[in-house]
Ligand binder design. Structure first.
Ligand SMILES: Cc1cc2nc3c(=O)[nH]c(=O)nc-3n(C[C@H](O)[C@H](O)[C@H](O)COP(=O)(O)OP(=O)(O)OC[C@H]3O[C@@H](n4cnc5c(N)ncnc54)[C@H](O)[C@@H]3O)c2cc1C
Length: 573
C-alpha cells in the first residue's frame, strides 16, 4: 500500500473543500495542502449543480438579523443558533471575496448593485445568482484559483476510512482508494477536513450528483463521531420523472417554475393543490411535496406514477425566455415544458443533518474538521433554498483558517493504528472475495424501502420495518461479490462501497426518525402529525456503538433568540 503524508488533507472539492484549501494556503503558505476527491476537481459534487443562488443580506433594508430570523424560523428552531449567526454574518464577507478576490461575476441591477432574487421562505429578496447556473460560476472560479496555487491534488481518490492514531486519541490520516488503479493509499495528515457533501442518494428519486453517497457521514460514524438531525431530509417537489432507464429522473426542475405561476396537475389534468394549502403551488417545499404524495396515493397519477407540471398558460415564448435551461433539460428527455406537460415527482434533495461540529469547524476527534453538507446544526429542521452554498463556502473558509492555525500548535504526524487499517481494508476487499451478485438489485431495494418507509410520510410501523430491512440488506451486501478481478476503474466495486455507506447512513436516518415522535420541519410522522411545544426542544444525535445505531437527545440552546421572540425591532419584523 502506498503511503503519503501532508500537513492538511481536504476530502472533497465542492464549495467547502475548495474554499478550505484556498484559506488554509493563504493563512499558512508553508504548510502542504492536499485536496483528495472522488471525482475530478471542479467537475463533481453538488456545488457545481447549484442553479438558484446564494443567500446573503447585502441590500439596504435587509440585515444579518433578518437573514438569521428567516433561517431559524425556517429551521423550526432546531438550529444551533451560533452556527446560523456565523452563516449569515460571514456570508457577507464571503460573497465579496467571491467577486473581488476569486473572480466570480454575479448578475447585476442596472445601477451596478448585485441583483438578488426571491426564494421561498424568506422575507427579503436576497438570493445572489448568475442566471440559473450559479454553481458553475462559483466552482469554476474556485477550481482555477486552487490550480494556480501550490496545492496538491489527488483526483479520483476515494476516502474509505478515517484512521485514528495508535493511542486512539487523535486522527492519524485517511485510508483511500486510488480509483484509477484500484490500489489502496494511506494519507497521513496533521489535520483532515471532511467536506464530502452528504447527499441523500439512498432514495428512489434524488437530486445530488452521482459521486455522493454519504461517505463522509458513514466514515464519521465508523470513527465514533455523532451525527445530529439525521431525520431531517429535504424533498424538492419537482423532480423530473422521465422513466426508470435514465439518470435524469429525479433531477430538479427549479422552484422558479412554481414561483412564476406554474400549475401542478393530477393525472386527470386538474389542479389539486387547493385541497391541501391555500397558497396552492407556492406553498413551501415540504407542504407541496406532502400534498403531491397524498395525491399520488389517491391514484390520480400520470403514466409514470407522478403528476404534471403545466406552464402553458404563461405563454410558450415567455416560458422559453425565463427558463431556457429547464426547457432544454426537459426537451432532452422528450418533454415540451413551454408548450406541453412534464411529469414530476418529489425528489430527495438535501440532508440538514450531519456531523456535530463547532463554529471553528472542529469536531469531537482532534485533528478532524468538518464543513458543508457533511455537517449538521446550521439549518435545523429545514434549509432555506440558497443557504446551502452559503453554508459550504462560509464554513469551508473558516475550516481552512482553523486548520492553518491548529496545525502549527497541535498538529502532529501520528502513527496510524495498523489494526484499524487492516480492518478497513478487509471490509473494502469483502466483495472481491465473494461470488459475484446483483449489486443493482440491492440498490433498487434500498431505493424502494427508503422511499416507502423513511420518505415524505413516516410512521412507527414503517420505520421499524425499515430498521430490520436495512440490517438484512447490509448482510446480503456483505455476501454479494463483484464481477471481474481488475480493480482499476471497477465501477461495480465503487457501487458496492457506495451502498455500504448509504445503508449505514440510512440506518441513522431511520433511527433518528423513530426517535422524533412529532412532525417538525422536513420530518413528518403520520402517527404524530402535530408539532410539539418548543419548551424542552431537543435535537437527536446518533452514534454507532458495537455495530448498533444509538440515539441520544440534547436540549437546543436558544443562545441568541427564544421561540416567540425576534432579533428584529417591531417595525422591521
Ligand atoms: C441540483 C441541485 C441544485 C442546488 N441548488 C442550490 C441553490 O440554488 N442554492 C443553494 O444554496 N444550494 C443548492 N443546492 C445545494 C448545494 O449544492 C449544497 O448545499 C452545497 O453545494 C454542498 O457543498 P459541499 O462542498 O458540502 O459538497 P459538494 O459540493 O457536493 O462536494 C462534495 C465533494 O466531495 C467529494 N466526495 C464525496 N465522497 C467522497 C469520498 N469518499 N472521498 C473523496 N471525495 C469525496 C465529491 O466528489 C465532491 O467533490 C443544490 C443542490 C443540488 C443537487
Amino acid at each position: 500500500m502506498k503511503r503519503l503524508s501532508t500537513d492538511i488533507l481536504i476530502l472533497g472539492s465542492g464549495g467547502a473543500g475548495l474554499f478550505a484549501a484556498l484559506h488554509a494556503k493563504k493563512a499558512a503558505p508553508g504548510l502542504s495542502v492536499t485536496v483528495a476527491v472522488k471525482g475530478l476537481l471542479g467537475k463533481c459534487g453538488c456545488t457545481r449543480m447549484v442553479q438558484g443562488g446564494y443567500n446573503v443580506a447585502l441590500a439596504p433594508g435587509d440585515s444579518a438579523e433578518r437573514h438569521f430570523m428567516d433561517t431559524i424560523e425556517g429551521g423550526k428552531w432546531l438550529n444551533e443558533q451560533d452556527l446560523a449567526w456565523t452563516l449569515v454574518t460571514v456570508a457577507q464577507q464571503r460573497i465579496r471575496e467571491l467577486e473581488t478576490e476569486l473572480g466570480c461575476f454575479f448578475d447585476r441591477n442596472p445601477d451596478g448593485t448585485v441583483h438578488q432574487k426571491a426564494f421561498a421562505g424568506q422575507t427579503f429578496d436576497r438570493t445572489v445568482h448568475k442566471g440559473d447556473l450559479t454553481g458553475i460560476e462559483i466552482i469554476n472560479r474556485l477550481a482555477e484559483q486552487v490550480c494556480a496555487r501550490d496545492i496538491a491534488r489527488l483526483e479520483e481518490h476515494r476516502a474509505v476510512a478515517l484512521i485514528r492514531a495508535r493511542d486512539g486519541d487523535a486522527l492519524a490520516g485517511v485510508l483511500m482508494i486510488d480509483m484509477q488503479t484500484g490500489k489502496f493509499v494511506f494519507v497521513q495528515a496533521r489535520a483532515v477536513l471532511l467536506a464530502t457533501g452528504g447527499g441523500p442518494t439512498m432514495y428512489k428519486y434524488h437530486t445530488p450528483s452521482g459521486d455522493k453517497s454519504c461517505d463522509g457521514m458513514a466514515m464519521a460514524l465508523q470513527a465514533g463521531l455523532s451525527l445530529r438531525d439525521m431525520e431531517m431530509v429535504q424533498f424538492h417537489p419537482t423532480g423530473l420523472l422521465a422513466g426508470s432507464d435514465t439518470r435524469m429522473t429525479g433531477t430538479v426542475l427549479e422552484e422558479g417554475l412554481r414561483g412564476a405561476g406554474g400549475y401542478l396537475l393530477g393525472g386527470d389534468g386538474q389542479r389539486f393543490m387547493h385541497k391541501y394549502d391555500p397558497r396552492l403551488e407556492r406553498a413551501t417545499r415540504d407542504i407541496v411535496s406532502r400534498s403531491m404524495i397524498a395525491e399520488i396515493r389517491r391514484g390520480n397519477t400520470t403514466p409514470n406514477g407522478g403528476l404534471w407540471i403545466d406552464m402553458r398558460h404563461l405563454g410558450t415564448a415567455e416560458v422559453r425566455r425565463l427558463f431556457k435551461g429547464m426547457v432544454e433539460r426537459c426537451a432532452d428527455c422528450g418533454f415540451d415544458l413551454a408548450g406541453g406537460l412534464v411529469e414530476v415527482i418529489p425528489t430527495a434533495h438535501y440532508m440538514m443533518g450531519g456531523v456535530v461540529f463547532a463554529r471553528d469547524c472542529t469536531t469531537a476527534l482532534p485533528g478532524l474538521f468538518a464543513a458543508g453538507e457533511d455537517t449538521g446544526g446550521v439549518h435545523g429542521g429545514n434549509r432555506l433554498g440558497g443557504n446551502g452554498v452559503a453554508n459550504s463556502t462560509v464554513f469551508g473558509g473558516i475550516a481552512g483558517d482553523s486548520m492553518a492555525a491548529w496545525v502549527p500548535a497541535h498538529g502532529k504526524l501520528r502513527e496510524p493504528d495498523e489494526a484499524a487499517i487492516a480492518a478497513s481494508l478487509a471490509v473494502c476487499r469483502r466483495p472481491i472475495e465473494q461470488a459475484s451478485g446483483d449489486i443493482g438489485a440491492l440498490r433498487e431495494e434500498l431505493y424502494e424501502l427508503m422511499w416507502d418507509d423513511v420518505g415524505i410520510f413516516r410512521d412507527a410501523a414503517g420505520l421499524r420495518r425499515a430498521e430490520g430491512a436495512l440490517v438484512a440488506l447490509d448482510e446480503r451486501l456483505d455476501r454479494t461479490g463483484i464481477a471481474g478481478r481488475s480493480l482499476a476503474f471497477n465501477v461495480t466495486w465503487h457501487d458496492w462501497l457506495n451502498l455500504k455507506s448509504l445503508i449505514l447512513v440510512s440506518r441513522a436516518i431511520t433511527a433518528s426518525s423513530l426517535a422524533r415522535e412529532e412532525s417538525r420541519g422536513a420530518h413528518f410522522r403520520s402517527d404524530f402529525p402535530a408539532t410539539a411545544s418548543n419548551d424542552d426542544l431537543a435535537f437527536i444525535t446518533v452514534a454507532l456503538r458495537g455495530g448498533e445505531i444509538v440515539c441520544d437527545r440534547e436540549t437546543v440552546r436558544f443562545t441568541r433568540v427564544k421561540p416567540g421572540e425576534s432579533l428584529l425591532g417591531a417595525d422591521a419584523a
